[in-house]
Design a protein around this ligand. Structure first.
Ligand SMILES: Nc1ncnc2c1ncn2[C@@H]1O[C@H](COP(=O)(O)OP(=O)(O)OP(=O)(O)O)[C@@H](O)[C@H]1O
Ligand SMILES: [Mg+2]
Length: 306
């Protein structure tokens, strides 16, 4: 793992050097470009009227739903780091990505969203941007359509694709926690033209419409070294948070993932599924429970090509 830490330290130095340009870049990237040619979508959204569903969240995949535990502390630490980043430059919409499948993007995105939502002052939106192999709906036990696909294709409006959990479903699952301030947009029906859909700039339009209603927007994404979708998704985000998996992600993969987002503000790497991290690794975080089974149904491989 030490080579990854070396890379992280270099990324930290580069990040500090680039800090002056970050604010400019993020305001540029959040602009809605090229959306003029698309049919117009109503910009008004009433977040009070988001559809209520009875989610059945996977407690095994979402340790942050529990009352106590190491993972709660670790994600709380990551959350604090985000607050610090936000103090330095505008930060609301974050794309979570990594080089390869199974490094923990979805795990980090979902648990970070819940950790943020546990603070009642945070209005949090979680978006499944992995249109090819979506999994957040299964982890939350939520409905999978309509979702981002339907919005990007022009079949649905923002208010149609968001859902919230009815708190009673968590009580039934033995979880006292309320996550009523967490809204979710599933990936929707996906399909073979996912790349075209995420490239049509409507995602930027969606984020621009929804951003005033939320404090944090987290977007899960497919692995960047397999498909380029995340580059298009990153244009809608203020920053990218990368995930590397302990004893699995090689230095080369971490470096190539970082390079792929050269036009984005990179916050750093989350070191996922490692037991020990060196002290003072200021821009790395970890969730230390190694290889717990998620308890989720097997993932369908919807093809990572193109
Ligand atoms: N820190 C962790 N501790 C225990 N299990 C983990 C951890 N991180 C991920 N996992 C497990 O590893 C598997 C892959 O994680 P996840 O689905 O989050 O990866 P991913 O990067 O989103 O993959 P994909 O690119 O295929 O979407 C899941 O079964 C998940 O439960
Ligand atoms: Mg995933």
């Amino acid at each position: 793992m030490s080579r990854i830490y070396d890379a992280l330290q270099r990324a930290d130095v580069e990040r500090k050097a680039a800090q002056g340009t970050d604010a400019t870049r993020s305001s540029e990237t959040s602009a809605v470009a090229g959306a003029d040619a698309l049919p117009s979508i109503k910009a008004e959204v009433n977040t009070e009227n988001i559809a209520l569903h009875s989610w059945k969240p996977s407690v095994a995949f979402l340790p942050t739903l529990g009352d106590r535990g190491e993972s709660i502390e670790q994600f709380r630490g990551l959350r604090s780091k985000l607050y610090q980043f936000r103090d330095q430059a505008k930060l609301k919409t974050i794309l979570i990505s990594s080089g390869l499948p199974s490094e923990g993007k979805t795990f980090v995105t979902a648990n970070l969203a819940i950790s943020l939502a546990r603070n009642k002052n945070n209005r949090v939106l979680l978006i499944d941007g992995d249109l090819r192999s979506p999994s957040l709906h299964a982890i939350l036990g939520a409905s999978d359509i309509p979702g981002l696909t339907e919005y990007l294709a022009g079949y649905a409006e923002p208010g149609d694709i968001m859902q919230r959990n009815q708190d009673s479903s968590l009580v039934e699952a033995g979880l006292a926690r309320s996550i009523s301030n967490l809204a979710f947009i599933p990936a929707g029906s996906g399909g073979d033209n996912s790349s075209e859909l995420v490239a049509n700039h409507r995602i930027e339009e969606l984020i621009a419409i929804l951003a005033p209603h939320f404090d944090w927007i987290l977007i899960d994404s497919p692995p960047i070294l397999a498909v380029a979708d995340s580059i298009d998704l990153a244009r809608a985000a203020d920053a990218v948070l990368l995930v590397a998996r302990g004893a699995s992600t090689s230095y080369d993969v971490a470096q190539r993932a970082q390079a792929a987002f050269k036009n984005s503000r990179i916050l750093g790497f989350v070191l996922n599924a490692v037991k020990d991290v060196p002290p003072h690794s200021a821009y790395s975080y970890y969730y230390g429970k190694e290889e717990a089974s998620s308890g989720l149904p097997g993932r369908k491989d919807m093809g990572r090509q193109g």
